[in-house]
Design a protein around this ligand. Sequence first.
Ligand code: SF4
Length: 437
Amino acid sequence: MTEKKVFILSLGCAKNQVDSETLAGVLKGAGFSLVEKMEDAQIAIVNTCGFIQPAVEESIDAILDLEELKRAYSLEKIGVVGCLLNRYGEELKKELPMVDFWAEAGQWEALLADMGSSAGEAFQEVLPGHSVWSRYLKISEGCSNNCSYCMIPSIRGPLRSFAVNEILSRAEFLVEQGAREICLVGQDLTAYGMDWDGKSHLLRLIEVLNDKFSGSKIWFRLLYLHPARVNRDIISAVVSSDVFLNYLDMPLQHVDPEILAKMNRGAFSEKDLRMPFEVARELDPDFTLRTTFMAGFPGETEEHHSKVLDFIEEIQLDRVGVFTFYEEEGAKAALMPEQVPVSVRERRASEILELQSEISYRRQQRFVGKTLEALVEDKVEEDGKKAWGRTYRDAPEVDGLVEIASDKNLQPGSFVKVKIKEVYEHDMAGEAVERED
Ligand code: SF4
């Protein structure tokens, strides 16, 4: 069995990060050893993302860099895997002759064969290099929503949900490895199970995980829910659970019914759209709500855009992300009439962000003087008396951080109660009042 050293460079979203961890496990199971630095590797593999154009560019730059590095570090081989290949397969192979092996997302056996190996006796779990205590858990693959601006369904295929038992044992395994926070991810969590019988089984999954982990000190976080399928039962299950955090990420993209219909986001009124946000805040006024908007979709007028701004003002969201519409090659929306000039898309996106920054700051102020639990992520000072952490309000990588001052050493991966002293638009600062030993 070979013992070649492999370096994996993971690009793109949280879902791709999970794929990289799986690939690392497959490689380890087949006898390869994983290294954290390119200079220690004999083989480098880049796991690409092919979702929206800037991600494609990032992926291509990374592959070109690898070609340079292949020479500089005397790498024996380089491989390119993942979504970019699902999308641009043959074209890409022709343009990048220095790449030695290729594999689409999930085609790991074929990759091993190309690497001159075969699947090992057992998949060997690989801990992520950075934060063992905060992990992503994919509950499904692919997507069947077919939003008109998105190529994911054709890149990643239709929705395939993993069995409840499989997810449960994966969660148990992550906890055994030291996870304190598990973020459930998928292209759309509310579609979970719809490939079985047309109904969403997300509520059942929340209940099963809650029954299993209730009483233990684990955080579960739900990322990416389609607002059309978030109902009172799901929100109540989250609010009454002691392990699910009162935090929801529900990408809206727009609020105008006409634009939403063109986006193929489902037919629903503005009232339907408000419902999950209102219910969440009714059940817990401190519920943290995150959403994403898309600015400048074809046919979006100033009036449509003003509706988005009014909605943001009315709902007082905690966190908002904005994309400017991008004509994805092959997506229906790219060919729609009434394309909005790029400068207008950008102006609208900055108006949304500008308005939201005041609101985010206002929402943060609610927490001054309150005590929030935080998961310690990183030490700021070597003695551990100042550290960065995240509260229930902060999903990893996209939201803010809390700077924690303490008279005792703070250990990354532990929970600490923090009295909030100061807040900023995204971040907070406070003092540790109680920590885990
Ligand atoms: S929900 Fe829509 S935007 Fe998200 S992956 Fe599916 S098709 Fe794309």
